[in-house]
Design a protein around this ligand. Structure first.
Ligand SMILES: *[C@@H]1O[C@H](CO)[C@@H](O)[C@H](O)[C@H]1NC(C)=O
Ligand SMILES: *[C@@H]1O[C@H](CO)[C@@H](O)[C@H](O)[C@H]1NC(C)=O
Ligand SMILES: *[C@@H]1O[C@H](CO)[C@@H](O)[C@H](O)[C@H]1NC(C)=O
Ligand SMILES: *[C@@H]1O[C@H](CO)[C@@H](O)[C@H](O)[C@H]1NC(C)=O
Length: 465
């Protein structure tokens, strides 16, 4: 048999094996998983599948008709994706909190429910401090599957030819969970196409993907400033949270004084991690009803709002460097097309953190409600758009796709978590996919200013005069 025929057969078998393997995983999860009632309130500890439930039945499903370029001749010419790392273990700090709650439940809980007995006699505390936020197997799959779906959604850009030709660039934060997510994304593509004879580089770039660490003004005024999160502290001491803590204490059969807000948080994490990592609806979830889940979600939203989003101007401004980087790539691709050249960087895959995505989404104006989130307006914020559970599950992603519709008509389509979204405040008369030029006009001020060095320095020289 000629070698080439043999090769084709092997690739074909590989493709089938790959395909069936994922399908089995997905159908198993779809049928057997029993989803906690509070799973949609897990904030940044949530599963990506909760945001796109059709993936529970088929993790590789895409719907190409969600993309509606204004005419059939529009070509995809550039794609930039900013992606959060996949599902991970808890950090050392949170493992400590979880251990403390577990010890308390083992030694002191007097309730008689069977789920409580299960925690006390069957469940084992398997989280250890050395797990330190590392990527788990589910997180590897999050990125492999996302890579395959994006290649199905954008076949002319995320293609074997483009990958082999070096037109797809990978940039990551230095954190191990991000590097491993990047490797997983790449593996998703190389396994899909059966590529074994070539390897693909990635660049580590913390200035871009962990800008928040490098922005002195942000670190001093927000990150390192205990009074910056005063609204969060007040909410945690407020009536809604106190009620959640009392209900947990009642369910456990322990005195109210033993269940602090940290303990409530640890219980919420235990339910969330058991589900995100192992797809298990664990007995820990029985400590919450849906109302409790909503209160816990609000506490998390408040924290992200004040620490990474609209709470302080510097939170979003710290992402100026990433914002400019994005637009300079788009400009470069647009110029390549205008001068009839091949686009040299067709695809950029950038892997970072929830803390990378949220300031950028905020700078772009997404999920801005009329009223700020505060410790006292929980009730009036039930209809808010700022919901980290929807925005920032594991592997959350913002994708910008540039189209060339001929005759200099360039369009830019944003997608958040694989769903088309509209740039906030950009009124778009004719169709959903705006002209690239209109997007640039809309963000004119930021494109002119928003200089990372200037916005992040603590004392402006001009103020010293
Ligand atoms: C795909 O998306 C289109 C447009 O949003 C929608 O009308 C259609 O029902 C979707 N198809 C599937 C199978 O989900
Ligand atoms: C990352 O992957 C490498 C091998 O691919 C593995 O040895 C390492 O433990 C992983 N690290 C984390 C933090 O998951
Ligand atoms: C932040 O606080 C820590 C501990 O309080 C301190 O060591 C560190 O220097 C501070 N960083 C900045 C940039 O202020
Ligand atoms: C800390 O945050 C508070 C509240 O925003 C602010 O008034 C104060 O100036 C901040 N402190 C520093 C050192 O920036």
């Amino acid at each position: 048999m000629p070698i080439t025929v043999l090769k084709v057969i092997i690739v074909y078998i590989n493709a089938i094996g790959f395909c069936c393997c994922f399908r089995n995983d997905a159908s198993l999860v779809g049928k057997t998983a029993d989803i906690p009632a509070i799973a949609k309130y897990f904030s940044t500890k949530g599963r990506y599948e909760e945001v796109n439930p059709y993936l529970i039945d088929d993790i590789l499903a895409v719907n190409r008709s969600i993309l509606q370029p204004p005419s059939a001749q529009c070509r995809q010419i550039h794609l930039t994706a900013v992606i959060r790392h996949g599902t991970r273990y808890p950090t050392t700090k949170n493992v400590k909190k979880m251990q403390k709650l577990y010890d308390l439940v083992k030694s002191s809980a007097a309730g008689k429910d069977s789920w409580l007995r299960e925690i006390q006699t069957q469940w084992t505390m398997w989280y250890t401090e050395d797990m330190d936020g590392r990527l788990v197997q589910k997180g590897v799959n999050d990125h492999k599957h996302l890579a395959v779906r994006l290649s199905k959604l954008f076949p002319s850009l995320i293609s074997e030819e483009k990958l082999r030709g070096g037109f797809i660039k990978f940039i990551t934060s230095s954190k191990h969970r991000c590097v491993n997510s990047t490797l997983s994304f790449k593996a998703g593509l190389t396994e899909l196409w059966g590529i074994t004879d070539q390897e693909f580089d990635h660049t580590v770039n913390d200035a871009l993907m962990r800008f928040f660490d490098k922005c002195t003004k942000f670190v001093e005024e927000v990150e390192n400033n205990s009074s910056a999160l005063v609204e969060v502290d007040k909410f945690k001491q407020g009536p809604e949270m106190r009620r959640v803590q009392e209900k947990i204490a009642d369910r456990l059969g322990v005195p109210y004084s033993l269940i602090t807000d940290d303990m409530a948080e640890a219980a919420f994490y235990l339910c969330a991690y058991e589900f995100a990592i192992n797809t298990v609806n664990s007995p820990w979830c029985r400590l919450f009803d849906e109302v409790d889940g909503q209160v816990m979600e609000y506490a998390n939203d408040l924290k992200h709002y004040w620490k990474r989003a609209y709470g302080y101007d510097i939170n979003s401004k710290s992402s100026c460097i990433l914002f400019h980087d994005l637009f300079s790539r788009l400009d470069k691709a647009a110029n390549d097309v205008r001068s009839d050249q091949q686009v040299t960087e067709a695809v950029t895959i950038q892997v970072g953190h929830a803390e990378t995505l949220l300031p950028l989404l905020t700078l772009l104006g997404f999920f801005k409600d009329n009223d700020p989130l505060t410790s006292t307006n929980y009730a009036s914020q039930t209809g808010r758009s700022f919901r980290t559970s929807d925005m920032l599950p594991y592997a959350a992603n913002l994708v910008l796709v540039l189209y060339d519709c001929g005759g200099g008509d360039l369009r830019l389509q944003p997608l958040l978590n694989e769903k088309p979204v509209a740039f906030p405040g950009l009124t778009n008369k004719k169709d959903r996919m705006p002209l690239y030029q209109d997007v640039k006009d809309h963000y004119r001020e930021l494109l002119r200013g928003c200089d990372f060095e200037t916005v992040c320095q603590l004392f402006k020289h001009t103020a010293e005069v």
